[in-house]
Design a protein around this ligand. Sequence first.
Ligand code: G6P
Length: 611
Amino acid sequence: MCGIVAYNGSRDAYGVIINGLKRLEYRGYDSAGICLVDNDVMLYKQKGKVSDLEKHIGTRPTGGTIGIGHTRWATHGEPNNENAHPHASMNGKFIIIHNGIIENYGHLKTKLERRGYRFESDTDTEILVNLIEYIYQKGNITAEIAVRLALTKVVGAYGIVVICRDEPDTLIAARKGSPLVIGVGEKEYFVASDATPIVEFTNSVIFLNDNDVAIIKKNELSLKTIMNEALEPRIQTLDLDLEEIEKNGFDHFMLKEIFEQPRSIGDTFRGRISADHKSIHLGGLFEVLPRLVKAKRIIIIGCGTSWHAALVGEYLLEEFARISVEVEYASEFRYRNPIIHKDDIIIAISQSGETADTLAAIRLAHEAGAMVLGICNVVGSSIPRETDAGVYTHAGPEIGVASTKAFTAQVTVLTLMAMLLGRERNNITQQRYELLISEMVAVPLKIEKILESNEKIKEISNIFKDATNFLYLGRGYFFPVALEGALKLKEISYIHAEGYPAAEMKHGPIALIDKNMPVVVIAPHDNSYDKVVSNVQEVKARKGIVIAIVTEGDEVIKSMADHVIEIPKASEIVETLLAVIPLQLLAYHIALLRGCNVDQPRNLAKSVTVE
Ligand code: G6P
């Protein structure tokens, strides 16, 4: 939610910041703004996207080598020019960009109003910048002290960068709850919500921790806590290529990311499956494996698509490891006083590693004494740093707001875990283990094959682009796939879509079926196939239109369905990875044909750092 970027060095700050904002736009795109410091302070902001900001600014400003920029996902106050960041304080001393929520802003606002402060926006951020100014002017202190003192009075989450007019050569950055990364160049520093705006300039980065404050001059960076304790900056080397965050000839990031899946799944299992395909080694879990093997209960938490991956994980772990698994929405888990035993294992799944509800649920589980593992994509993000152990998904940066390759990478990790635990607990023989491993190794090639159906899926999409409702049905492993297919469609095309366990259709959704209702049935040849055949018949009997995902060579469903998309034969353990691909493409093409912005759907953001 919200992307922030800042620069202090000798380059043209405008170019660095505008390009950085474009890279961070997936975090929010309700409004954008930029503040540059030259001889004077130049502040521009505009409702809409970064391109709208550029149009509003017109002639490119020159001269400033220090500046801050923001792209917003609205929380407090509607998306308009007034609520856009950066926000300046009433007397103009401070300018701020902020990602997060100041929860006690109402209380702080009343206090400031009593002292004569007036506000132009509806945002919590404007309260914070004025609190900083008030403390600064009252105390006759440095900007850094004013920022630190103000932050001690704040309840909530923030990643901020502040400029003070009296100290125009300095940026002050601070974090609590919202991510901030500092890029360290040659006599220059970059600050951003994630590393994507930084990677073209430097691979040396410092991930700020909660309560860190960085004072950034062109030639010097000092790091301390809010309470003024000096910290030693820990510079890490980033393993990220510019190529990974560009479209590389694809029309959209989402399409690129769908087509990347043979590679991203391969990257996720490579190095974890032995060269002879006889064993699995998850380095990140090595230390905790004995405890994991003995686990009586696993609770998997996540939000959105990550929650769907968790459901697939539940089915896999219960079947192969024979460990009891519960799956919880992080937002429900954290607030419903759940029962957590000390010997429970909690697995938190998150693409971004920053989702506020998931982070809060992890803290709750830790308080209860449970061990928490993470399955995350973004290296160095908060969740991997707060969990006891974990596995990175290695899908590479996912920029499209609708998650695609992150989902399949999460399912890949869960599949490896299920196989490994199944073997370690002696639920599967070595022979079966090796067979399952070979199934996983074959997945990338099978996905390549499914991607060849892209044109066909586009044609089917054209038939259904004007539908107003869709139903997605699946049984067993394909129920979570049905949920994920429906989520993809509603996220980016704004068509109402529901995923259902196929058998549950007759307890409600069947009432919706008529000749206008497309029903996507995920029906590969598994042991519930015959039951799904009956469900297809039930839909057809009510004149519904069936789009079926079937195993190559299927004849029965093919003879009943209106449209069929084939996926290669595979073992059930990896079939979800195959079955979801056509659904991603279907959603993509329908959204595109409806003229929707597939990479940046309305109202959504990729990284949800507010609860
Ligand atoms: C947002 C994104 C989804 C994502 C969910 C959870 O809603 O748009 O794509 O699945 O957050 O995010 P996480 O980063 O924790 O996986």
